[in-house]
Design a protein around this ligand. Structure first.
Ligand code: ATP
Ligand code: MG
Ligand code: MG
Length: 383
């Protein structure tokens, strides 16, 4: 039996909250570094939490003093503080992995060395229209201009349809470090959750993700109408990409499935991920359970990562009115087999993830039929 380990978590949003749910069931204390009323702290009553931000070195040092191992629910953390405390406490995954991954351009440069297929891309050095015009001639249009750092939910991406869009694109992403990516003509977006343990790299089944306005809306597990060969190839690609980084825990890998059935990496995250929420109901061990076990070197039977039942996850996102998400939740209460997860994040803003719902069923068709009325409600509430 383990000796009541204490896990420090940088960030107490919904991902931290769901990690706490898993830790609680194993009597593992999770010490959260975030604001006092953050979603993760609300469900964890003990005096080991730290008030502050995962971007403040002092707060990270304070957290390190109270824990056996430190992890993060977000990649946008102070990795220099993590590097410093790594001599005293285990940091999982490694601060090097988080530092490389948090800069999407550096992440891709690193993965290129390992032969991971991805969209051709160019770095901007001066962020001038002349520079981007030249890149446009090389990559063609449309192309996706992207912020290297602090990107999430597409906030950091700008689709450049032609040379005429260049001034607007540079204005939208001004003062940010940029790179531009060749357009990926995908027929489907896929994702795989990978769990890196002390001596293994495991993966969950390949799922299909549907983004709307660059925010994940729906996740289908398994991916619909995708042959098993592609499911296996996507898992292998995801494991290979994650193997390029040091450290233990969950990694979310996003991919494009192109028209010719080849796969390309979109990006990866050094943490539990929205595309893996379905595992709470869909597998014996959720991504959160597996992450906790991986960073503490506890056993993870690979069979526990297999799909138990087809699952569909729908995000509940802040919509047109401040109570849109509550109306969606109300509707979810009447959906059969629906597990509702609300994050208690306070006020809803358009585009803010407020919760999610997962429906499981014996067949994907049945799950689709059951969740469709809720998808219809969510569609009428879009901002
Ligand atoms: P996340 O919230 O997943 O961290 P992000 O803000 O880091 O998102 P990306 O994952 O890079 O952004 O892109 C968001 C979405 O934009 C992708 O899921 C995809 O739908 C679209 N996209 C990104 N890059 C490209 C590309 N090169 N070609 C076409 N579409 C793209
Ligand atoms: Mg991202
Ligand atoms: Mg993404």
């Amino acid at each position: 039996m383990w000796n009541s380990p204490k896990v420090g978590i940088l960030g107490g949003g919904q991902l931290g909250r769901m990690l706490v749910e898993s830790a609680n069931r194993l009597n593992i204390q999770a010490n959260i570094l975030d604001a006092d009323n953050s979603p993760a702290k609300q469900i964890s009553a003990h005096d080991g939490h730290v008030t502050g931000s995962f971007k403040e070195p002092d707060a990270v040092r304070k957290l390190a003093e109270t824990c056996d191992v430190i992890t993060a629910e977000i990649e946008h953390v102070d990795t220099y503080a993590l590097e410093e405390v790594a001599s005293k406490v285990r940091v999982e995954p490694s601060w090097q992995a988080i530092r490389t991954i948090q800069n999407k351009f550096n992440q891709k440069e690193h993965l290129r060395k390992y032969g991971i297929p991805m969209a051709d891309h160019r770095e901007l050095v001066n962020n001038t229209p002349e520079e981007l015009t030249q890149i446009g001639e090389q990559l063609g249009y449309p192309m996706m201009l992207k912020s290297k750092t602090m990107a999430y939910d597409g906030r950091g991406n700008f689709r450049v349809n032609s040379k005429e869009d260049i001034p607007e694109a540079l204005e939208a992403l001004k003062d940010r470090p940029l790179y531009s990516e060749k357009w990926a003509y995908f027929k489907m977006e896929l994702a795989v959750m990978v769990i890196k343990t002390k001596d293994d790299v495991l993966s969950y089944p390949t799922v299909e993700t549907v983004q709307e306005d660059s925010i994940c809306k729906l996740v289908y597990a398994p991916a619909r109408n995708v042959p098993d060969a592609i499911n296996q190839q996507a898992q292998a690609l995801a494991r290979k990409a994650v193997s390029a980084f040091e450290g233990k825990g969950a990694f979310g890998v996003e991919m494009f499935l192109l028209e010719d059935n080849s796969l390309m990496l979109c990006e990866l995250a050094s943490r539990i991920h929205n595309s893996g929420h379905w595992t709470i109901e869909g597998c014996a061990l959720s991504q959160f359970d597996s992450h906790i076990r991986a960073i503490l070197d506890l056993p993870i039977p690979p069979k526990s990562l297999e799909l138990l039942q087809p699952s569909i996850m729908l995000n509940i996102i802040g919509g047109a009115t401040p109570d849109s998400h509550l109306k969606a939740t109300q509707a979810a209460l009447s959906i059969p087999n629906a597990s509702i997860h609300l994050y208690s994040k306070g006020a809803a803003k358009p585009g803010r993830k407020m919760g999610h719902v997962t429906v499981t069923a014996a067949t994907m068709h049945e799950a689709e039929t059951m969740i469709q009325p809720l998808v219809d409600v969510v569609d009428t509430m879009r901002a």
